[in-house]
Design a protein around this ligand. Structure first.
Ligand code: AVI
Length: 321
C-alpha cells in the first residue's frame, strides 16, 4: 500500500480513537452514565451484531429481508430505468444489499461504514458477486455529511439505510441524520429506509435480551473494548446486560448494569458505579407509519411509498429529497 494512503488510514483511525476516548470519558462523567451506541461496532461488535440478526428472537432482519424480497419489483419500477449510484449508510456486512442491487439499475455502489476492516470484507464478497459493478468504499462515520467519490458525481443517487438503524438515534438526532444524508446525496435523490414498528413489550424485550445471551455479549463487548483500547480496568465479571422498554419514548433501552459497587480507571481517570447503577448504551426507537413519515419530513424527505409485512412488524419506506 502506498505510504500516503496508509498515512490517511492511520490518521482516520487516530481521529476515531480520539472520538471514542472523548465519548467514553464524557459519558462516564455524567450523573447518568451513557455511551453512544456507535461504539459497539469494533470488529468483534460487528461480528456479534451479525449473530444477533440470525437469532430467533430478533425479527427485524428477516422481516425486512422478506419485505425487500416481496416488493423488489415494485421498488425497481418506482426507482425507474436510470442507472443509480447506491449509497449504503452504515453498510456493515451488506447482506441485504444484493436484494436492492438486483432490483434496480445500478451505476456504482458506495458503502459508508465506520468499521474499515468489516467494510473491506463485505466489499470483497460483493465484488465477487458483481464483478462488473464499480464499488467505492468510504470508511467514515455515516452520521456526518460525506463527500462521495468523484467517479459517481454524474449519476442520480439512491440512499439505502436498512436495518432500522435510524431508530438508534433520538428523534432530533435522527432528523439531523436524515438532513445530513440529504446533503450527502443531493436534492432529487431517493432514500430507501427501514423502520422497526411499535409492538408488544414482551416481544420487543425478548428481541433485545435473547436466550443465548448474544445481545448481552454485544452490549458487554463495549466494556471490554474500553478496557483494551483505552487502558480501562472495568471488572467485566461485575457487569450485567439489561434491556427495558420505555413506553413514553417508544424505545427499547439497553444498559450495562453494575452487579455490585465497583471502581475502575479509564485513560488514567477514576470512575465508580454503585450497585445497580447503569451505563445507558443504546436506544432503539420504534415507529408507526405516521411517526416515521413525520420524521422523514422533518429530515427533508418526502415519503413516496411504504412497504410492510403481513404482521406489521417492520416497514421500509421509499422517500424523495
Ligand atoms: C443496529 N440496530 C438497528 C440494532 C437495533 O435493533 O436497534 C442494534 C441492536 N442492538 C441490540 N440488538 C440489535
Amino acid at each position: 500500500m502506498a505510504t500516503a494512503v496508509r498515512d490517511l488510514i492511520d490518521a482516520s483511525r487516530d481521529t476515531l480513537r480520539a472520538q471514542f476516548r472523548r465519548d467514553v470519558l464524557t459519558g462516564l462523567s455524567q450523573p447518568r452514565k451513557a455511551i453512544p451506541a456507535r461504539w459497539f461496532y469494533d470488529h468483534r461488535g460487528s461480528e456479534l451484531f451479525e449473530e444477533i440478526t440470525r437469532l430467533p428472537e430478533y425479527y427485524p432482519t428477516r422481516t425486512e429481508t422478506g419485505i425487500l424480497m416481496a416488493h423488489a419489483t415494485r421498488i425497481g419500477r418506482m426507482v425507474g430505468s436510470k442507472h443509480h449510484v447506491v449509497v449504503e449508510f452504515g453498510a456493515g456486512s451488506a447482506t441485504k444489499t444484493p436484494l436492492l442491487l438486483d432490483a434496480i439499475w445500478t451505476a456504482a455502489y458506495v458503502p459508508i461504514d465506520i468499521s474499515g476492516e468489516f467494510l473491506s470484507e463485505s466489499c470483497e464478497a460483493l465484488a465477487t458477486r458483481y464483478p462488473d459493478l464499480p464499488i467505492y468504499p468510504v470508511e467514515a462515520d455515516f452520521s456526518l455529511p460525506a463527500t462521495l467519490p468523484a467517479e459517481v458525481a454524474s449519476h442520480p443517487r439512491l440512499g439505502f439505510f436498512p436495518g432500522s438503524t435510524i431508530g438508534n438515534m433520538e428523534p432530533m438526532a435522527a432528523a439531523d441524520l436524515l438532513r445530513s444524508m440529504r446533503r450527502t446525496l443531493g436534492a432529487g435523490s431517493l432514500l430507501l429506509i427501514g423502520f422497526d414498528r411499535i409492538k408488544g413489550e414482551a416481544e420487543l424485550v425478548c428481541a433485545y435480551d435473547d436466550a443465548q445471551g448474544v445481545t448481552a455479549a454485544f452490549n458487554l463487548n463495549l466494556a471490554a473494548r474500553i478496557n483494551s483500547e483505552l487502558g480501562g480496568t472495568i471488572p467485566l465479571d461485575a457487569l450485567a446486560h439489561r434491556a427495558v422498554w420505555n413506553d413514553e419514548r417508544a424505545r427499547i433501552e439497553m444498559h450495562i448494569a453494575a452487579k455490585r459497587p465497583i471502581e475502575f480507571d479509564v485513560c488514567g481517570r477514576r470512575f465508580a458505579m454503585a450497585a445497580d447503577e447503569t451505563i445507558h448504551t443504546e436506544n432503539s426507537h420504534k415507529y408507526d407509519p405516521r411517526s416515521a413519515d413525520t420524521l422523514l419530513l422533518a429530515g427533508g424527505w418526502e415519503p413516496v411509498q411504504g412497504f410492510g409485512d403481513a404482521d406489521d412488524k417492520f416497514m421500509v419506506i421509499l422517500a424523495r429529497a
